[in-house]
Design a protein around this ligand. Structure first.
Ligand SMILES: [Zn+2]
Length: 75
């Protein structure tokens, strides 16, 4: 489950992807998958990852592989 993907020209693990979305360290990460959506900013491919930023929170986040766009399901 340690498959790497390229995000903005860099190889990232699921852990690193979650940290890019969160802009902080995260505790626990599920494997990343290809999201069934395109980036609203550039139309690029979007990765999805579910992670725990803290012990009380489970978040699904999305990150574009081509640009800075990312969001979470918090809202
Ligand atoms: Zn994008």
């Amino acid at each position: 489950m340690s498959e790497n993907r390229v995000v903005q020209g860099r190889m990232v693990t699921a852990q690193k992807l979650a940290e890019l979305i969160e802009d902080d360290s995260v505790m626990e990460t599920d494997s990343m998958t290809d999201a069934d959506r395109d980036c609203p900013d550039c139309g690029g491919d979007v990765l999805e990852v579910t992670y725990m930023p803290s012990i009380t929170e489970l978040v699904t986040g999305w990150k574009c592989q081509e640009c800075d766009w990312g969001e979470t399901d918090r809202d």
